[in-house]
Design a protein around this ligand. Structure first.
Ligand code: URA
Length: 443
């Protein structure tokens, strides 16, 4: 019975593979209720797990649905490489950028992403703002999109990693996200379900990430690498500094617009660009398309600059039901908020730092994130032109532009953003690099 397993984890016992599999099966077929998922995940959050339990959880979650089989697809299996992010404020749009760029470099990227999770956004909420886009396609449709365009981004579905779909929705609103075991299970079940030949995962730390410190991020990276190696695939983990909002926007439709502006070359935030190129280059090397990172970076830069990544994005969007020529028409197509106004700070000065988690929570408070499992969210709500560490801000240099449904939510969001950004009268120390460290593991 689920309550017996939950009780054992509550009492700090190590669970067996069979016990973990029984919970995951019950989650998948509905015998384990949302309340029991909440209790199970909280027991894991509070009491932790052994590495064997993490591996068992990830594999049971993978096996809750189908594992894709690419044999007979005509694709060289070495070219099938996926990516993921462990979560960060402004960080998930990197997937929307890397998948088409890697595809433009000759790779095939079957990507299962997620929805917003607690204070971090999710690719599937962003893509829900694209009219017609099917974020839960049948596996055959999904595979065809990968074969024909080089990449597809969907959420877990009732056929692919269905246990993650259910556990994710409960974790989102029960303060059980920041757990090495639960993040490992969630991410690696999705990565293994689409059967890539290797994965690159960014593991963030800092106020905008689930892992507070670099040491915590390293533990999470090692845990995911261990599961990957156990399942027979190589992985590269890039440890990233997410102590500030990544890129210039936070939200759903607004991050899709930032993606489009980035791909078309209209605007490329330097830290976001460095991460996009770093992740894509690691994927290219894992696939054997370039011999080393320097050549792989040059290939990535070239495919970004010659417009082929933007063209791939168009094809990927259309292949899953979205509009044709999306990059050229996004600004007209994407939904817009009722109130769009800059937020000016109370004092002039330099941005010395920010509490990026508070920025993510401001998005939830203004209707752009969920408070209960499955809540609808407003896809138009968000922040654009977000200030970066070191920027000068003041009466004529706003902290961001805030997009909300009404004036009351605008006021609430503005006061939260003002509280989240630290302003100093003197020039702050320069921000460190976005990629802090790298871990590689082979089976
Ligand atoms: N991304 C996921 O897919 N799952 C998590 O738990 C965290 C980030």
């Amino acid at each position: 019975m689920p309550q017996e397993v939950i009780r054992r984890k509550r009492d700090k016992q190590e669970l067996t593979e069979a016990e973990i599999a029984s919970i995951v099966e019950g989650v998948t077929d509905g015998r384990v209720s949302e309340g029991q998922i909440g209790a199970f995940t909280m027991a894991i959050y509070l009491n932790g797990t052994t590495i064997d339990e993490r591996v068992a959880l990830a594999l049971a979650m993978r096996d809750s649905g189908r594992v894709l089989d690419w044999s007979g697809s005509g694709i060289d299996p070495r070219l099938i490489i996926d990516k993921h992010s462990s979560g960060g404020v402004g960080d998930e749009k990197i997937t929307l950028l890397v998948v088409p760029l890697a595809a433009a470099c000759g790779l095939f990227v079957p990507n299962l992403s997620g929805w917003g999770l607690d204070y971090c956004g999710g690719e599937m909420d962003m893509l829900a703002s694209v009219p017609g886009y099917d974020g839960a396609p049948k596996p055959e449709t999904y595979m065809r999109a990968v074969i024909e365009t080089g990449g597809a981004i969907s959420g877990p579905t009732s056929e692919l990693a269905p246990a993650d779909m259910k556990i994710f929705k409960v974790r989102d609103v029960t303060a059980t996200v920041e757990s090495v075991a639960l993040i490992t299970g969630s991410i690696m079940s999705k990565k293994l379900a689409t059967a890539p030949n290797g994965v690159v995962i960014t593991v963030g730390s800092g106020s905008g990430a689930y892992m507070a410190t670099v040491d915590d991020a390293r533990e999470l990276a090692e845990s995911m690498a261990e599961v990957g190696a156990g399942a027979g695939i190589p992985s590269v983990m890039l440890l990233t500094d997410l102590d500030a909002v990544l890129g210039t926007s936070v939200g759903s439709a607004v991050e899709v617009q930032e993606t489009v502006d980035f791909l078309s070359g209209a605007c490329r935030d330097p830290r976001a660009k460095e991460l996009v190129i770093a992740v894509t280059a690691e994927m290219i090397v894992l696939a054997g398309v370039a011999p080393d990172i320097a050549e792989a970076r040059a290939l990535g830069e070239a495919r970004l600059d010659d417009g082929s990544a933007a063209e791939r994005f168009d094809r990927m969007i259309a292949a899953l039901g979205g509009p044709a020529d999306f990059v050229a028409r996004a600004a007209d197509i994407l939904p817009k908020a009722a109130v769009i106004r800059p937020v000016v700070p109370e004092t002039n000065g330099y941005v010395a730092g920010m509490n990026a988690k508070a920025v993510g929570l401001a998005l939830i408070a203004t209707g752009g994130g969920r408070k209960r499992p499955g809540d609808p969210i407003d896809l138009t709500v968000g922040f654009t032109d977000f200030c970066q560490v070191g920027n000068t801000v003041g009466a004529d240099r706003p902290l961001c532009v805030l997009h909300t449904r009404n004036e009351a939510e605008w006021e609430e969001g503005a006061s939260r953003i003002r509280a989240a950004v630290d302003i100093s009268p003197t020039v702050p120390p320069a921000q460190g690099p976005i990629v802090i460290d790298r871990i590689e593991r082979r089976p």
